[in-house]
Design a protein around this ligand. Sequence first.
Ligand SMILES: O=C(O)CCC(=O)C(=O)O
Ligand SMILES: [Fe+2]
Length: 278
Amino acid sequence: MAPICKKAVVGNVTIDVAPLETISLELLLRGDERERMKLYAAAGSLGFFYLDVSDSEKHLTDVERLYSITENYFTQPEQELLKDIRENDEFRGYKGGKNWGSLEILRDDVNFSEELLPPIIQADSATVESFISTSHEIVHLLLAQLSKSLWPNSEKHLQDKHRATERNNSSLKVYRGPSLERRADVGDNTHTDGGSLTLLYTDKWGTQIELPWSKEWAWVEAKPGHAIVTVGDTLQALSGGRLYSCPHRVSQPVDGFEERWAVTYFFRPENNVSLVPL
Ligand SMILES: O=C(O)CCC(=O)C(=O)O
Ligand SMILES: [Fe+2]
């Protein structure tokens, strides 16, 4: 039976809240088999779930720090932001407009050179690197656990398409918005994530997912101490459809300007991986 959505009241509207499972990072780290099965079920049904990272204090401190780094970055004069545009580069640099924007920093670039960070972020390179490296460990743990559930008695591993020796486009991406006077002005941005797994941290409503059983939209609640994890197209393809890449979009539940910051880690496979079952 399809799960029932809880309701929440935001301003003067009542919204449906997406029924996401919560998976404990701590239990996965301890090798808990039931938690591994819960992870597999969540990744194969909604393809969106919470990861409870509340025991990872350093990581959560990095996330908090990144919210202020993000705010400082986007409240610079526009001419500074425009310097970070990387034309024709899908994965790097600043993209944006009035009251919204994103900045993407590739993990391989930061490993290579700190000077590739925008000047206002260079003093915080230790936070950036620490967030990226912990996020990378977390997603690799999820990948290994999902592989074990997908192919319990075989030599196949999702990790074989995510080798440390190969270049890939994994990145830190931070966001401003959407935060507009009129909710109706937020453009449709429905998409699935192309990569393998996304970790999202935010403290406000914004993310909406399309429930696979009803095709209705439901809002993902922001929960302190939890990452919102998304399964991307790559894992859906490599798993032969047993993992689900769920359509989602970003909006705002009500009219009215309210700043929203989000910090994400996009975990992507080795460059040139074919999107076919392993
Ligand atoms: O900001 C968000 O809530 C999600 C952003 C997102 O879905 C994406 O960039 O792929
Ligand atoms: Fe997305």
